[in-house]
Design a protein around this ligand. Structure first.
Ligand SMILES: [Zn+2]
Length: 271
């Protein structure tokens, strides 16, 4: 599923490309193009079927409540949503990926006392992370390298040997930290996408029902939270707010999720 396969994207860049990027201070255009292709493939293979199934399940449950049934033409609305969202995601993921990589490539370029080779190895595990995470993973490596370097220098090892020994130790130690960050990002993407898919998928189906006359034209959208202690202030203030089909909620919010890991949903009401 999305979560498991996410980490494999990081293998997309070779070590030679990374050391080149550090020398030149940025990731090449060709590299970004390659990422885009890999993300597209990843999305087509994982995102579509995964989201399609959950939207269809959610829509069936929801429409049963309104007395309607999910029939074939409604799958078209879901398909449209999936392909639109898929294209958007690929674009967004490649842009954020390029920004994250360029930001740590710049950090690496200004790091002294480590060779390009050592830096390239440290940058590699940051692929697939957000900019904030990538910086944290790279800083983690740098800090560990400095700690080990000092230990080896104090023990009387030469500068070059101390540095390469420290790089080796720092890399092992960074691996555990990086795995945790990857898992965190995959979880965030999966849960956000599920929330987007659920809410957008239902809304596409409701709109289709209005056009087909199965639901009244005056149908309105009502925000509801999970009403427990984990609901944030932003969503708490939206709970129960009703707007028209073509209106936004206060704060220029179209629909949930309003933020990472938002568990809110919409209800569709009519007289
Ligand atoms: Zn929420």
């Amino acid at each position: 599923m999305l979560l498991r396969k996410w980490a494999s994207i990081q293998d997309a860049v070779s070590y030679a490309e990374l050391s080149n990027a550090i020398r030149q201070g940025k990731i090449s255009k060709g590299q970004v193009e390659q990422w885009r292709n890999e993300y597209s493939l990843f999305m087509a293979m994982n995102y579509g079927p995964y989201v399609g199934q959950s939207v269809a399940n959610a829509a069936t449950a929801k429409m049963a409540r309104y007395g309607g049934i999910l029939h074939d033409p409604m799958y078209k609305a879901i398909d449209r949503y999936i392909s639109r969202r898929g294209r958007f995601l690929v674009k967004e993921l490649t842009t954020s990926q390029r920004d994250a990589m360029n930001s740590i490539v710049r950090m690496a370029a200004f790091t002294d006392n480590m060779t390009i080779e050592e830096l390239a190895y440290a940058v590699g595990p940051c692929i697939g992370l957000t900019e904030r995470q990538a910086r944290a993973a790279f800083d983690f490596y740098r800090q560990r390298h400095a700690d080990y370097y000092n230990i080896y220098i104090d023990s009387g090892m030469g500068v070059d040997l101390s540095s390469s020994k420290a790089a080796e130790k720092a890399l092992t130690s960074q691996a555990g930290y990086k795995a945790k960050l990857h898992k965190e990002r995959a979880y965030n993407i999966a849960s956000n996408e599920l929330a987007y898919a659920y809410n957008n998928g239902i809304e596409e189906v409701v709109r289709e029902c209005i056009i087909e006359g199965k639901l009244p034209g005056g149908t309105r959208r009502k925000w509801f939270t999970s009403r427990d202690e984990r609901v944030c202030k932003k969503c708490g203030s939206l709970d129960g707010v009703i707007v028209g089909m073509n209106e936004k909620f206060p704060g220029d919010i179209d629909m949930p999720p309003a933020h990472n890991r938002c568990r809110c949903a919409l209800d569709y009401i009519y007289d």
